[in-house]
Design a protein around this ligand. Structure first.
Ligand code: PLP
Length: 464
């Protein structure tokens, strides 16, 4: 696997305006020197801000909020209708076939764990070692003692060689499912879905796509791609209200282990037996998240209403500008999985010389008001594969990003390499922080615990 130093050339003029308005685009954040600046959000891949259209829709339906599937009251019926029409919108967004089922979940992790419980008994799953943990652990930990098994195949240094490795492995033994990311949360790259689907279909296996990073960035269709299942998260798709989805073939979802046992998932319960509902209700035990589903549906509609290719063009131009800018930063290395991959989404991870990624991220935040992600991005085997031991930095863009945001990051990195940090930083419980940080907190309640929360996230590990 290579760690590339090359930058692609900017082919399109990078946009100086957001493609769609997002909530909080003007939010200012304090710097350690006492100034404040507009927040440069380059962390869309972790969680994207809400579209203004999504926020407006939530405000619109909030007065109509009532229980879903549980009440004869007028507003309960309205809320139930909103929930079910949101499900239909989500299915349409992913190009579902008429007999596919859309299950509303909490997020992608939830959706893939749900799918793991629906793989037929004794089924074997094939997955590459470059997946986000959400598309690795369900097939390993969650499969333990279930009779189902997973093969974790090492990715090869090129797309072409990885496809050959997949083909060979599929020929070696029968697989029920091949599951892969639609776009890597580390490099933005992906294998060509059409090729993987063709290989899987030839071997009689189904295909699941972890769409967490694909669906916010590119149009996708189950029907057109031949993919059997897709999972994605509302909070990465500009709808941060706690809903995600799993959409795909009905038979496995109807027969699979009910994901959340409880009210709503059952038809009839006696103390000695339970009659379960078919999907999607079978997997949606408990009171449904109607506001989350409505928000997700609004995001889907808004993205789908963009002119064809506009989303991809916006992000490609910003990604090109970012990669070109990083090439000017001494010691910066952009991580790549495959030397022959094409069309990555707007997610770029990199290292800066031997500098600790946690320190660089803390510096960018405290001295430039820039938000990036650092660490191993919930993809530890992938980071090991590209030869990064400690951690890296990740900048990711979306519909609210502009060239100015990207340029600020490059300027911040250049200043870091040239002059180093001006403030003093220290590691507290494994996390880089400004020593004696006096930046004021926003005037909203519940903010006092920031430091304690960060420390808790860096706490000691417990082995599986
Ligand atoms: N898959 C990929 C590619 C991701 O980037 C992420 C989150 O970063 C996930 C799955 C998990 O998504 P969630 O945290 O919304 O469950």
């Amino acid at each position: 696997m290579s760690v590339a130093t090359t930058a692609t050339c900017a082919t399109t003029e990078a946009p100086d305006r957001a493609l769609l308005p997002v909530v909080g685009a003007d939010t200012r954040v304090p710097l350690v020197d006492g100034r404040s600046v507009a927040y440069a959000n380059l962390d869309y891949a972790a969680s994207a801000p809400a579209l203004e259209a999504v926020a407006a829709r939530v405000v619109e339906v909030l007065p109509l909020y009532a229980s879903v599937h549980r009440g004869a009251g007028y507003l309960s019926q309205v809320s139930t209708a909103l929930y079910e029409s949101s499900r239909a919108t989500v299915a349409r967004f992913v190009g579902a076939r008429p007999d596919d089922v859309a299950v509303i979940t909490r997020n992608t992790t939830d959706a893939l764990n749900l799918l793991a419980g629906c793989v037929p008994d004794g089924g074997r799953v094939l997955v590459l070692d470059v997946e986000h943990h959400a598309n690795l652990l369900p097939w390993v930990s969650a499969f333990r003692d279930t009779g189902r098994t997973a093969t974790i195949l090492p990715a090869a240094p090129t797309v072409a060689a990885t496809l050959v490795a997949l083909r060979d492995e599929l020929a070696r033994r029968p697989y029920a499912l091949v599951t892969l990311t639609g776009a890597s949360n580390v490099t933005g790259e992906a294998l060509p879905l059409t090729s993987v689907v063709a290989l899987a279909q030839e071997a009689g296996a189904r295909v699941a796509v972890d769409g967490a990073q694909l669906l916010p960035h590119r149009a996708f269709s189950l029907a057109e791609s031949g993919v059997d299942y897709v999972a994605f998260s509302g909070h990465k798709t500009y709808a941060p209200f706690g809903a995600g989805a799993l959409v795909g073939r009905r038979d496995w979802l109807d027969a699979g282990t009910p994901y959340l046992a409880g009210g709503g998932a059952v038809r009839d319960v006696r103390t000695d037996r339970t009659l379960w509902q078919p999907a999607p209700a079978r997997h949606e035990g408990g009171s449904p998240n109607v506001l989350g589903a409505v928000a997700l549906a609004q995001a889907c509609d808004t993205l789908q209403a963009l002119p064809a290719g506009a989303l991809a063009a916006h992000e490609e131009a910003l990604r090109d500008r970012l990669v070109t800018g990083l090439a000017t930063v001494p010691g910066a290395r952009v991580l790549r999985l495959w030397s022959d991959s094409t069309d990555p989404v707007g997610v770029v991870s990199f290292t800066v010389g031997d500098h600790d990624s946690g320190l660089v991220a803390a510096y960018l935040s405290a001295e430039h008001g820039i938000g990036v992600r650092d660490g191993r991005f919930c993809a530890h085997p992938l980071l090991a594969r590209v030869g990064v031991d400690g951690g890296a930095l990740r900048a990711s863009v979306g519909v609210g990003s502009t060239a100015e945001t990207v340029d600020r990051l490059v300027a911040g990195l250049l200043a870091f390499v040239a002059d180093g940090p001006r403030a003093r930083y220290e590691v507290v419980d494994g996390c880089w922080t400004v020593a004696g940080d006096t930046r004021p907190r926003p005037a909203v309640s519940g903010i006092d615990a920031i430091a304690a929360t960060a420390a808790a996230a860096c706490g000691p590990a417990v082995e599986d």
